[in-house]
Design a protein around this ligand. Sequence first.
Ligand code: FMN
Length: 398
Amino acid sequence: MSKLFTPSKIGTLELKNRFVCSATVECLVSEDNIITDKYLKVHNRLSKGGVGLIIPGNYFVSKSGVAVARNLVIDNDKVIDDLQKLTSIAHDNGSRIIAQLNHGGRQCSPEVIGQTPLSPSSVKDSLTGIRPIEIKTEEIKETIKSFAEAALRTKQAGFDGVQINAAHGYLINQFLSTRTNRRKDNWGGSLENRMRFLIAIYEGIRNKVGKTFPVLVKINAQDNIKKGVTLFESIALCKKLESIGIDAIEISGGIKETGFTTTKGDIPEDILLTNVNMLKRMLFKFIRGKLKKAAKFQEGYHLSCATAIKNSVSVPIILVGGIRRREMMEGILENGNADFVSMSRPFIRQPNLVNKLLEKPDSECIACVNCNRCTVEITVNNKPLRCYYIPQKKEVSK
Ligand SMILES: Cc1cc2nc3c(=O)[nH]c(=O)nc-3n(C[C@H](O)[C@H](O)[C@H](O)COP(=O)(O)O)c2cc1C
């Protein structure tokens, strides 16, 4: 049997196969922070579809860290009961489920959070134009505490583990990068100092959830922007995280400032530029070529970085980013590039993807074409999770 369908472990957690549904925001939480029936239905379908591990869209540890509206803020115990319904659904259908925790930092919008976003330093995002406020030491400590308290809530709600989102240009990634972290205190400067925030979050979580509860992290192997996190730095970071007890590392990349670099593929200009003012349209025209180049899709676009990291640590490596063909999935496991294959957009279109791959061993099943309409409609326009692909006329008449 293909290695893809063999069981494996992350720390104490046993997983039935090597497929992970990477965190994907759903925008299915009500305005008063209650998860909707539709949210539960989405995860019911997904867990029935055979995926070993589900990581729902990120939960924000505080209101000041909400990067995408209509997603859960896990800053109070009232959410625990509803989350218990979610974890029971996943478990009843044979999947495991891990909660991702995040703080958006300067990638939050002032309109959503009702204040100027926080970041290690006041460095303007050249794409969004947002200039954040430098986070104070006291606020850093509060944020570390809110990650730890949120993690405890996920454990109480029956999750099988927790994943710290240190990727994609959000607050933790901002601390790691010399582009966004220009601090002169012991939270900035050397790599050791820039890692301090993530390490403190990890340790805060570990103290709350105990030694055996799986704690994972998602990182950018590299930011691909001037002064951003480099592969050399992320290898050092992974070694450090391994030495203090992290249970698995998911390898990703890209930050908002570089456009569609986390979800490479097409840039759906028609929906991206709806309701955008003249000035922003002009700015877009100016940087269009650069954005398109950076977003060019290449199968398994973090594979070489993941391999370099895998060769440097022993903890399980989860690889995400443009994994589409079965041959590539098999190769990743057989060649030891990573231990798990993780996908996001393919599961939006086909929640039953893993069962399909199992039932039809000789066929390619993935229908996702990386049009990124989901990326814009969900993460920018806050529409509910679904595939927004529009078939071309020729395809319709086939
Ligand atoms: C609609 C959408 C929402 C996403 N939400 C999250 C999220 O909440 N947390 C996260 O770490 N990544 C998020 N991502 C990134 C994915 O987890 C994944 O890293 C990326 O899409 C590349 O994988 P893929 O090529 O299989 O789609 C999101 C991606 C999409 C398309």
